[in-house]
Each structure stands twice: as structure tokens, then as C-alpha cells.
Design a protein around this ligand. Structure first.
Ligand code: PLP
Length: 441
């Protein structure tokens, strides 16, 4: 164990007691919904002050500034019964620097993918100066943790009270994909110094699922909206999201060329072009996604498509920025007769995304003494802890033949959409977050 005095902002090793402590303070939880780790109660919080109460509480919770050298050190000595998410700040800062060095424009971070304060602090320390925010909670979080940073309120649907609060908090950059939402913005956001980015969509493949099903104007509609944004006196920009975990760089090629066509058809020169989110993280052992070729393609195609009218570029990765800096250690509750493996976490917890995005097979299995299991890989059906039969990881996962009860299965690349989507269904989902220097043995 190492005590911290480094420049990395460490997460805290926390025994998660929030439900009790929060309830002691007179709060109540939405039954079956709350299940968040130390300071991530937004999605399920009720009442305006709730997230902040928890935030303050989190800091008062007797946190020990402990950094473990690697996950097995904690697993072996503490024998945790609940899942543990290990956070390696150095890996996060390394990824932020990789984006800053490689991406030909401003790198912002999509807070939704993991809003842990330690994540924001480390990104800030690594030089990230802008954030994609989707809610008032996220805006207030960034104001508090990274006060000088730019915020792009890129959830294209907002209530009037949310818009008013965002204006109060100094947000000057918004996205829009419909006339009705543009009219709402125009009533509340002073045009002077404010940017509105029209979000458009294309029917392109390459991502894990279709993001255009919910947000994005068609190219034709985007032309209308962009013209209107400029007429209203806002700084006109464009934005798109090719879909999360987008492994085909050609998706960006299509979007960039379509963006240039939209600006020409609208007769509007845009200030900035935001190319999303969507950058892939490493999920399958045999497929390492390469970010740099995507950055290079974006740079080249923007120049080809826009020529002298090339806009400034912005990206807003969530998954690819944060995934690699967290590993999730789950414990084997049972290995049943037919070889089915039951873990203490599943699709209602930190593994919620797997049925949507696909399996993560970057796993290591260690025994209770922290020794790596070396048995030959065997395909296993893996279930989570709840009584729901859909609480099963997709397909089969190759696990060592000698896997046994009370072993730990460590999933790597688990930082995105894991803490935030964790629930307390069936009374499971209590989770610790621990900081580690390294996520591997
Ligand atoms: C507007 C916007 N930007 C960025 C992101 C982050 O996407 P990803 O995690 O795929 O990088 C999202 C995800 O939903 C989004 O909605």
C-alpha cells in the first residue's frame, strides 16, 4: 500500500455506506433505483439538493487516501464481497494527453460516461479544458470541480427551467436538432457570445448501436436550422455523434463531408465542427482500436471537405477517454453443476452495458490469494447476482477451466457507463471504488 502525495488526484477507497448515512440525514431513496457508488447519485436522485448533499457527505465519509499498487493487493488482503472498481489516475491522464496530442482541435470530455469527481480532477490536471454536459447536475459539477472550463450543453432537449439555469451558470454553447428546441433556446439565451451547434445525423454504420434513432436532424433539416441559427445572431456551428464504440473510421469520413455540404447548402460559414464522441475503447482482447488513424482521417477529410472554410474542430469523447482507467473486480459466488458461473455483479450493476454493446473479454481470474488462474480457457455462461434471468452476460465468456467459488474475475476497460448505470436491483449493486497505481499484476 502506498500513501499518496502525488500530483495525481486519487479516488478514494471507500466502504460504501451512503444509503445508511444519507438516510440518517433524513434523505430517502427511490426503491430499486438507487445503487450508486459514493458520489454518483444523479440519475436516481430526487429533489434538487440531493446530489450535493451526497457530494458533501462523500467528502466527509472518512475516506482514506490510499493507493493500492494493483488490484490483487486489495483483493488478497481485504477479500471484498462487493464488486470493486479500481481506478488508475495515471492511465486516465495518459489517455487525456493522447487525445490532446493527437486530435487536431479542442478535446472535451463527455461527463455522462463517468462523472466521478476524481475523474474530472485528473482530466483537468492533464489539460482538458472543456466538457460536454447533459444536465444541470453535470453543469454544477463542472463549475465546482473545474471552474474555468468551457461547457457545451449538448443534450439537444432541455426544459425551459434547465435552459434558464444553464444561462445563470454561464453556459454559452448549446446544441439543437429541432425547430421547437431552437425556439426555446432563442427565448432564453442571449445571442451575444453564444454558440448554437446544429446536430445532424446520417444513416451510417460502424457504431455499436444507432445514435440517430433519438437525436439529430436530417441533413435537409440541418440546413434549415443552421440558416435560422445564423439569422438569430448566434455563432453557428455543427455537431454530430457517429454512435458510441464506433470502430469504422469511415463513419467520420461520411459525417465530415456531409457537414461541409450542409454549410454550403445553408450558405453559412460555421465556427466549429464537433465530431463527437463515439471513439472506441478496448473491449476485445484480440481487437485493439487505434485512435490515431481516426484523428488523422478527421484532420485530412476536414481540409478536403471544407477547403478555406475549414472550421475549428472539437471532439467530446466519453468512453474512449475513461474506459481504460478502470477495472471491475467481481467475485465468483458459485460455479454450478453445469459450469455456469455466478458473479456478484451483472447487467443491473457495473456490467449493464454488455448486453447492448457486447461482451468485454479482457478478463483475468485470480484466486482468493491473488494468484492468477492459469487453466485452459473454457467458454462459460456467466450470470449476475439477481434473480432475474436476463441478468446474464451476452454469449459465453472464456474463463480458466480451474475457476472456483470465491475467485475474482477482473474485467478491464470498465470506466465508461459502469458506475453511472449501476442500480440496487434485488439489493445488490453496492460497490467500492479504489485507487490503484496499476490495473495489472
Ligand atoms: C452529445 C454526446 N457527446 C458525447 C457522448 C459520448 O459518447 P462516447 O461515450 O461514445 O464517446 C455522448 C454519449 O451519449 C453524447 O450524447
Amino acid at each position: 500500500m502506498i500513501s499518496d502525495n502525488s500530483t495525481l488526484f486519487i479516488g478514494e477507497f471507500v466502504r460504501h455506506m451512503q444509503p445508511t448515512r444519507f438516510q440518517e440525514k433524513g434523505g430517502s431513496y427511490a426503491p430499486g433505483l438507487v445503487g450508486l457508488t459514493k458520489r454518483l447519485p444523479t440519475r436516481f436522485g430526487r429533489g434538487k439538493s440531493y446530489p450535493h448533499d451526497i457530494g458533501k457527505k462523500g467528502r466527509l465519509m472518512g475516506l482514506s487516501k490510499t493507493i493500492w499498487s494493483k488490484p490483487t493487493e486489495l483483493l488478497r488482503t481485504q477479500q471484498p464481497e462487493n464488486p470493486v472498481l479500481f481506478f488508475a489516475p495515471a492511465i486516465l491522464q495518459g489517455m487525456a494527453r493522447r487525445f490532446i496530442q493527437g486530435f487536431p482541435g479542442l478535446v472535451t470530455y463527455a461527463v455522462k460516461s463517468n462523472p466521478d469527481e476524481a475523474v474530472i480532477q485528473n482530466l483537468d490536471a492533464a489539460g482538458i479544458r472543456g466538457y460536454d454536459v447533459a444536465s444541470i447536475y453535470e453543469i454544477e459539477l463542472i463549475r465546482r470541480v473545474a471552474p474555468g472550463a468551457a461547457m457545451h450543453y449538448h443534450n439537444p432537449v432541455r426544459s425551459r427551467s434547465e435552459i434558464a439555469r444553464a444561462v445563470e451558470l454561464g453556459v454559452t454553447s448549446y446544441s439543437v436538432d429541432s425547430r421547437t428546441e431552437l425556439a426555446k433556446l432563442a427565448e432564453a439565451v442571449p445571442a451575444e457570445g453564444a454558440e448554437i451547434s446544429v446536430r445532424f445525423k446520417l444513416p451510417v454504420e460502424g457504431a455499436a448501436y444507432n445514435f440517430g434513432a433519438k437525436f439529430g436532424a436530417t441533413a435537409e433539416k440541418a440546413v434549415e436550422l443552421l440558416t435560422e441559427v445564423a439569422r438569430l445572431g448566434y455563432t453557428p456551428s455543427l455537431t454530430f455523434h457517429p454512435g458510441t464504440q464506433c470502430t469504422d473510421p469511415m463513419a467520420w469520413d461520411s459525417y465530415l463531408r456531409a457537414a461541409a455540404d450542409i454549410t454550403r447548402d445553408a450558405g453559412v460559414k460555421i465556427a466549429r465542427l464537433n465530431v463527437g464522441g463515439g471513439f472506441p475503447s478496448h473491449r476485445l482482447a484480440d481487437v485493439t482500436p487505434a485512435l490515431e488513424p481516426i484523428f488523422e482521417l478527421i484532420d485530412r477529410v476536414t481540409t478536403e471537405a471544407f477547403g478555406d472554410d475549414r472550421p475549428a474542430l472539437v471532439c467530446e469523447p466519453g468512453r474512449a477517454m475513461v474506459a481504460e482507467s478502470f477495472s471491475l473486480a467481481t467475485r465468483v459466488r458459485a460455479v454450478r453443476d453445469r459450469g455456469h458461473v455466478f458473479l456478484n455483479d451483472g447487467v443491473y450493476g457495473g456490467l449493464a452495458e454488455l448486453p447492448i454493446i457486447g461482451i468485454i473479454d479482457r478478463v483475468e481470474v485470480v484466486d482468493a490469494d491473488g494468484a492468477i488462474r492459469k487453466g485452459a480457457p473454457e467458454p462459460r455462461i456467466v450470470f449476475g447476482p439477481t434473480c432475474d434471468s436476463v441478468d446474464r452476460l451476452p454469449g459465453e465468456l472464456n474463463l480458466p477451466s480451474d475457476i472456483a467459488e470465491e475467485d475474482y474475475v477482473i474485467f478491464h476497460g470498465m470506466g465508461a457507463y459502469s458506475t453511472v448505470t449501476n442500480t440496487r436491483f434485488n439489493g445488490f449493486g453496492e460497490m467500492e471504488i479504489a485507487t490503484a497505481m496499476s490495473l495489472r499484476d
